[in-house]
Design a binder for this molecule. Sequence first.
Ligand SMILES: NC(=O)c1ccc[n+]([C@@H]2O[C@H](COP(=O)([O-])OP(=O)(O)OC[C@H]3O[C@@H](n4cnc5c(N)ncnc54)[C@H](O)[C@@H]3O)[C@@H](O)[C@H]2O)c1
Length: 255
Amino acid sequence: MPDLSGKVAIVTGCASGIGAATLKRLIADGARILGTDIDAAAGAALCEEAGARFAVQDVSDRALWNGVVREAIEAFGRLDILVNNAGIVTGASIGDVDDDTWDRVIAVNLTGTMAGCRAAIAAMKDNPGGASGAIINIASTTAMAPLPTDVGYSASKGAVRVMSKSVATWCAQQGYAIRCNTVIPGATETGILNAAEEVTPGLKAAVAATSPMKRLADPAETAAAIAFLASDECPFMTGAEMLVDGGALSIHPGF
Ligand SMILES: NC(=O)c1ccc[n+]([C@@H]2O[C@H](COP(=O)([O-])OP(=O)(O)OC[C@H]3O[C@@H](n4cnc5c(N)ncnc54)[C@H](O)[C@@H]3O)[C@@H](O)[C@H]2O)c1
């Protein structure tokens, strides 16, 4: 198991799904956590149960990010890990997406992730003992195999992949030991997939049936990959991507 003892983490979108599983996993590995979510009631309840601190946050509100980072540092003295996990789907194709829907999904999934990276790096570079940290951004297999039914979600996740590499290489060039990597989940049994199922009934069963493993992911499996990237196990790994998709993107479409 990765050793995260002594480390301090922020996990966004911690109230549900992959975020909740990640928060629990990082605590089990020894980290102290500030969990954040736009859903105050569910986020606070989850954090209280898990033994984490909680803050209400809309990740798309750039003005809030420095305060969230400051809260983690005031509570725990440093910031080692940021998991940019919060995300939304829209169910809108290029045929019917309206401006507000497009702006919102880009604001949450892409701008929120950028603002998190920016605020975290500004703090991580001043960590006691020198600039250090690990940022894990959550993309999606839709970044490589986009959904015709969700143009904004697919575009936002594609942009998160590329942005993470820019963040990673800039930090490396500054001489900071701050890594930025991307986890790319496939279909995972969470609230977001249930929302997608409402737009496209039968989606979950269809995705599971075409997956090489014939099933959806458990959020704890994605959290395990995040915990590895959050740890010091491989300090040379930055700008990298970890697929947690049960092999879904690794098979010829004819099979
Ligand atoms: N479930 C999947 O199949 C799947 C696949 C690939 C990628 N992902 C990605 O995993 C991440 C987590 O999603 P999930 O599947 O756990 O979904 P989820 O809906 O269960 O959890 C998302 C959480 O983010 C929170 N959130 C939404 N908007 C927010 C905002 N503006 N600010 C702060 N918090 C906000 C929600 O309240 C919720 O708690 C997302 O980035 C998603 O795109 C999920």
